[in-house]
Design a binder for this molecule. Structure first.
Ligand code: ARG
Ligand code: ZN
Length: 877
C-alpha cells in the first residue's frame, strides 16, 4: 500500500502519557503499557474508533478504564492494528503484549545484540514493542520501568532521568525512568545489559552541570575517549553557533554491535552502531575518527532539530535530517578544514546522490508518497536536504539565518511540524520571499546549469549566459525553474581576482570579487563591465547549489584554476574536471593511450607545492573514483572505465615516481599520533604516495609498505600499507599481510570489518570466488549488518569491475544474498539491492543481466514490503 502526503489527517486520538513496564526474560519480554488517551479536538472525526499500530506482537490483555475487553466483541486485532470501535472522549487503556527480542533479526523494535537488550524505534519500530498510535505527531510523556535479572542485566536504561530503583525477588531488579519532555514514539529507547560506563560532565552556558555517560561492553572500555570529547565539543558548538542548550540532566550514549544504521538520537539515550562510536589509535583510522566526531555531533544536534521540534509525518523526514546534516557538516568544518569538509560532502553528493536522483528511486526532498518509510532514509533526504538548508543559509547570510533558526526553535518548540514551517520561519525572520525556493522540496532530479560566455573587447563586457533545466524523474515531468544561488568569481591572466561590476557605473574599487547571483528563470544573461581581457570564470564556487554544471572548459583553463583559484573548493574541482576529461577521452578513444602531459605536470606541481594547505593537496591527489566516472557517463562500460583509470594512475605514478618517494619520506611522522588536520593530511599524502608506488610494482614502495605495516603505531598507517599491498601485484606479500593482520586483530570486530572491506573492495583480492570465501570465514556473521555491509555491500558498491563482471556473476551473486537476507533483515536487504536498481543506466550488455537479477528477486516468495518497493519501482520506472 502507498501512503500519500496529500492524504494526511491529524490523529483522531492523542496520548498525553505512556506508562511502560518491561519484564525482560531470556525467552521473551512482557510489555505492560498504560496510555492516557483523549479525543483530538482538532480532528473532524468525532466518533472515530481508536486505532493502534502493531507488528509481530502477541496480545495478552486489553483493559479500558479498569474493564478487561474481549477480542471480537470489544476490539479487533488484525495483523497490523488493534481497533477499539467505541471509546469515550477520555480514558486509560492498558495493553499487555509478549514479544521475543532474542528472535528479532530485523533489528527493529526491541532486540538483542551480543547479549544486551536494545531498541531501534525510528521510524516504525515502537509498534513492534506494543500497540500504539505509532506516528510522530502523537507526542506523549513517558515513564518506563524496566525489570530484569540483576546479574546478566545490571544496567537498565531508558529516556530521561532515573527516578526509582530497587531489588525484586529471584535475583531480579528494576529501574524507573521518567522523561519530562513529550516525544513521539520513534524516540523511545531501552537498553539492558552488562555494560561499563565512561563518565564525564559538561557545564552548560547557563551553568547547569550535565552528567555525560558512554556505555559499552567491558572489552571496549578504552575506546570511548574520542566520542566523549566529540560530544563535549558538539554541546559547546551548539550553544555558540545556534544558541541551543541541552535540556535534561543526563545525556547517555550506548554502543551496540548489531545495528541497521549508523546511530539514533533517542531522547537523552542515543544508541550507536559500535563502528560509529568506538575508537582508539590502534584500531581506528583517521577517517573513522572524523566520522565518529560528526555522527556524535549529528545525533546530539538532533536533540533540538528533531526531538524538541519534531516531524509531523514521515514525508517531513528531511526537516530533521537535512537540517541536522547541515548542522553537523558546519560543525565538522569548524573543527577542521572547511574546504576539505566541503570537498568530502560534495564528493558524496555528486557520486551517490546525483545517481539516486537520476535513477528509478528518485524522489523529492519532501516525497509525496512511499510504501515503506525505511526506504526513504536516503542521500536525497539527508545530503540533498542539507544542501537545500545550506542554500537558504547562503541566500540569507549567517545573521538572518540565525534569526530564522532562533524563530523556528522558539515558535515550534514541543511541536511536530513540516518543512514548510521551517521555510516560513526563515522567511518571517529575514523578510525574504522563498516561495519559488520551496520547489527544491517538491521537485526531484538534479538541475543542470549550462553556461556559455562571450567577451566583447570593444565594450569591455564579459557576458555569462546561464540556462537551467531539470530532468524528468519517475512521475514528474515539465518542471519549473528553481531558485538557485550561484556563487562566482572572475580571474585575470595573472590569477588576480577581478572586480565584478554588474553595471558599468559601478566603482571598480568597491566592487566585490565574488558574488552570489540568484537564478530564478530558465535562462539568464549577466554582464560584467570594465574588463580589459577575457577572464577565466570560477563558477559555482564552494558548490553553492547541488546542480550539474556544464561549461566548455579548456584544459588550459582547468590547469590555470588548479593553481590560481582563490576558492579552494574550485581548485580541487578544476583538478577533478581535468582528470575526468583526460580519462573520459581515453575511454572513448579505444586503444590509443596518449595521456595529456598537462595532467602529469599539474600533479607534479601539486606534489611539490609546500605552500598550499597540505590537506587540500592530499584531496587533490585523489583521482576521481570509478563510481563518479560511471555516474558521469551515459551507458558506461565499466570494464573500460576501470582499465583506463588504472592506466592513467600507472602513468602518473611512473612519471612521478621520484616525487612520490620524496613525498612519502617528507610526510613520515615520527612524533606522537594525533588527529589534527595537519597530521591527518601528512598520513593521507604518505599513504597515497605508497598506494601509487605499489600500483606500478615499485620495489622501494613494497619495502616501505612492509616496513610501515610492521612499525606503524596507528591504524591509519597500518591500513594504508595493507591497502596498498592488497591492491598491488605482489601476491605473496598480499596474502601474508592479510593473514598476519587478521591474526593480530581477530578479536576486534571493528578491525575485522575493515579487514573484510579492504579485500572486498579490491579487484585483486575481491573477485567473486574470494568474496564467496569471505562469506564462509569464521568471522563473518549473517546476523551482523556491519559484516554484511563490509563484504557484500563493499563488493557491490566499491569493487565495480568485479561486481560488473560481464558474465553477470556479480549480479546473480548479489541477488542470491539479497533474497537470503530478506528473510532475516528486510531493511538491510532493501539497501543492499541498490546497485542493481541502476540497471537502466548501463551499457546494454550489463543492463540486461542486471534486470534479470532484479526479476529473480521480484519472483522470490514472501518478498518483504521493503524489498518489494525498491525492486518493483526500479523494474517499472
Ligand atoms: N535518525 C537516525 C539518524 O539519522 C537514523 C535512523 C534510521 N532508521 C531507519 N529505520 N532507517 O540519525
Ligand atoms: Zn539524523
Amino acid at each position: 500500500t502507498t501512503i500519500r502526503l496529500s492524504e494526511y489527517k491529524v490523529p483522531a486520538h492523542l496520548v498525553d502519557a505512556v506508562d511502560l513496564r518491561f519484564e525482560l526474560f531470556d525467552n521473551g519480554a512482557r510489555v505492560h503499557s498504560t496510555l492516557t488517551v483523549r479525543r483530538n479536538p482538532e480532528s473532524a472525526e468525532e466518533f472515530a474508533p481508536l486505532e493502534l499500530d502493531g507488528d509481530s506482537l502477541k496480545l495478552e490483555q486489553v483493559i479500558l478504564d479498569g474493564r478487561e475487553l474481549m477480542a471480537g466483541n470489544d476490539y479487533d486485532e488484525t495483523g497490523a492494528q488493534l481497533v477499539i470501535a467505541r471509546v469515550p472522549a477520555q480514558f486509560e487503556l492498558t495493553v499487555v503484549t509478549w514479544i521475543e527480542p532474542q528472535n528479532n533479526t530485523r533489528l527493529e523494535g526491541l532486540y538483542k545484540s551480543s547479549g544486551m537488550f536494545c531498541t531501534q524505534c525510528e521510524a516504525e519500530g515502537f509498534r513492534c514493542i506494543t500497540y500504539f498510535p505509532d506516528r510522530p505527531d502523537v507526542m506523549a510523556r513517558y515513564r518506563t520501568r524496566i525489570e530484569a535479572d540483576k546479574a546478566s542485566c545490571p544496567v537498565l536504561l531508558s529516556n530521561g532521568n532515573d527516578v526509582d530503583r530497587g531489588d525484586l525477588e529471584g535475583g531480579r531488579h528494576f529501574v524507573t525512568w521518567e522523561d519530562p519532555f513529550p516525544k513521539p514514539s520513534y524516540l523511545f529507547a531501552l537498553v539492558a545489559g552488562d555494560l561499563v560506563e565512561k563518565q564525564d560532565t559538561f557545564t552548560t552556558c547557563s551553568g547547569r552541570e550535565i552528567d555525560l555517560r558512554i556505555f559499552v561492553e567491558p572489552r571496549n572500555a578504552a575506546k570511548c575517549q574520542h566520542a566523549m570529547d566529540s560530544l563535549k565539543r558538539s554541546m559547546r558548538w551548539d550553544e555558540e553557533v545556534y544558541g541551543r542548550e541541552y535540556d535534561l540532566d543526563i545525556f547517555m550514549i550506548v554502543a551496540v554491535d548489531d545495528f541497521n544504521m549508523g546511530a539514533m538520537e533517542n531522547k537523552g539515550l542515543n544508541i550507536f552502531n559500535s563502528s560509529c562510536v568506538l575508537a582508539s589509535q590502534e584500531t581506528a583510522t583517521d577517517l573513522a575518527f572524523q566520522r565518529i566526531e560528526s555522527i556524535v555531533a549529528h545525533e546530539y544536534f538532533h536533540n533540538w532539530s528533531g526531538n524538541r521540534v519534531t516531524c509531523r509525518d514521515w514525508f517531513q523526514l528531511s526537516l530533521k535530517e537535512g537540517f541536522t546534516v547541515f548542522r553537523d557538516s558546519t560543525f565538522s568544518a569548524d573543527m577542521g578544514s572547511p574546504t576539505v569538509k566541503r570537498i568530502e560532502d560534495v564528493t558524496l553528493l555528486r557520486t551517490a546522490q546525483f545517481a539516486e536522483d537520476a535513477g528509478p528511486m528518485a524522489h523529492p526532498v519532501r516525497p509525496a508518497s512511499y510504501m515503506e518509510i525505511s526506504n526513504f532514509y536516503t542521500l536525497t533526504i539527508y545530503e540533498k536536504g542539507a544542501e537545500v538548508v545550506r542554500m537558504i543559509h547562503t541566500l540569507l547570510g549567517p545573521e538572518l539565518f540565525r534569526k530564522g533558526s532562533d524563530l523556528y526553535f522558539e515558535r515550534h518548540d514541543g511541536q511536530a511540524v513540516t518543512t514548510d514551517d521551517f521555510v516560513k520561519a526563515m522567511e518571517d525572520a529575514s523578510g525574504r520571499d522563498l516561495t519559488q525556493f520551496r520547489l527544491w522540496y517538491d521537485q526531484a532530479g538534479t538541475p543542470v546549469l549550462t553556461v556559455s560566455d562571450v567577451y566583447d573587447s570593444e565594450r569591455g563586457v564579459y557576458s555569462l549566459k546561464i540556462q537551467q533545466a531539470i530532468p524528468d524523474t519517475p512521475g514528474q515531468t515539465n518542471k519549473k525553474p528553481q531558485h538557485i544561488p550561484f556563487a562566482l568569481g572572475l580571474l585575470g591572466a595573472e590569477g588576480e581576482a577581478l572586480p565584478l561590476r554588474l553595471v558599468s557605473t559601478e566603482d571598480a574599487a568597491s566592487a566585490p570579487t565574488e558574488r552570489v547571483l540568484e537564478l530564478t528563470k530558465a535562462s539568464h544573461t549577466f554582464e560584467f563591465h570594465g574588463l580589459t581581457q577575457k577572464p577565466v570564470p570560477s563558477l559555482l564556487r564552494h558548490f553553492s547549489a547541488p546542480v550539474r554544471l556544464v561549461y566548455p572548459w579548456s584544459r588550459e583553463q582547468l590547469v590555470f584554476l588548479m593553481s590560481h583559484d582563490p576558492d579552494g573548493f574550485n581548485r580541487w574541482d578544476a583538478g577533478q574536471r581535468l582528470a575526468v576529461d583526460v580519462i573520459q577521452s581515453l575511454v572513448d578513444s579505444s586503444g590509443t593511450v596518449d595521456i595529456d602531459s598537462r595532467l602529469v605536470e599539474a600533479y607534479r606541481t601539486l606534489l611539490a607545492d609546500r605552500t598550499l594547505d597540505q590537506a587540500l593537496v592530499a584531496k587533490m591527489l585523489h583521482l576521481p573514483s570509478e563510481a563518479y566516472l560511471i555516474e558521469l557517463a551515459d551507458s558506461p562500460d565499466v570494464a573500460a572505465i576501470h582499465r583506463t583509470r588504472e592506466q592513467v594512475l600507472s602513468h602518473l605514478a611512473t612519471s612521478l615516481r621520484d616525487e612520490l618517494v620524496a613525498c612519502y619520506h617528507r610526510n613520515m611522522d615520527d612524533g606522537e599520533y594525533e588527529v589534527t588536520p595537519e597530521s591527518v593530511a601528512r598520513r593521507s599524502l604518505k599513504n597515497t604516495a605508497l598506494a601509487w608506488l605499489l600500483m606500478i610494482n615499485d620495489n622501494t614502495g613494497r619495502d616501505l609498505a612492509l616496513q610501515q605495516l610492521r612499525e606503524a603505531d596507528n591504524m591509519t598507517d597500518r591500513m594504508g600499507a595493507l591497502r596498498a599491498l592488497v591492491n598491488s601485484d605482489y601476491a605473496e606479500e598480499r596474502s601474508q599481510a592479510l593473514a598476519d593482520f587478521y591474526e593480530h586483530f581477530q578479536s576486534d570486530p571493528q578491525v575485522v570489518e575493515q579487514w573484510f572491506s579492504v579485500q572486498a573492495s579490491s579487484d585483486r583480492a575481491g573477485q567473486l570466488p574470494q568474496i564467496q570465501a569471505l562469506l564462509k570465514h569464521p568471522a563473518f556473521d549473517w546476523k551482523n549488518p556491519n559484516k554484511i555491509r563490509s563484504v557484500i555491500g563493499v563488493f557491490a558498491g566499491q569493487n565495480l569491475a568485479a561486481f560488473h563482471n560481464p558474465d553477470g556473476s556479480g549480479y546473480s551473486f548479489l541477488a542470491d544474498q539479497v533474497c537470503r537476507l530478506d528473510d532475516s533483515n528486510p531493511q538491510i536487504a532493501a539497501r543492499l539491492v541498490a546497485p542493481l536498481t541502476r540497471w537502466k543506466k548501463f551499457a546494454p550488455a550489463y543492463s540486461a543481466l542486471m534486470r534479470t537479477a532484479l526479476e529473480r528477486i521480484r519472483n522470490k516468495a514472501e518478498l518483504s514490503a521493503d524489498l518489494y518497493e525498491v525492486v518493483h519501482k526500479s523494474l517499472e520506472a
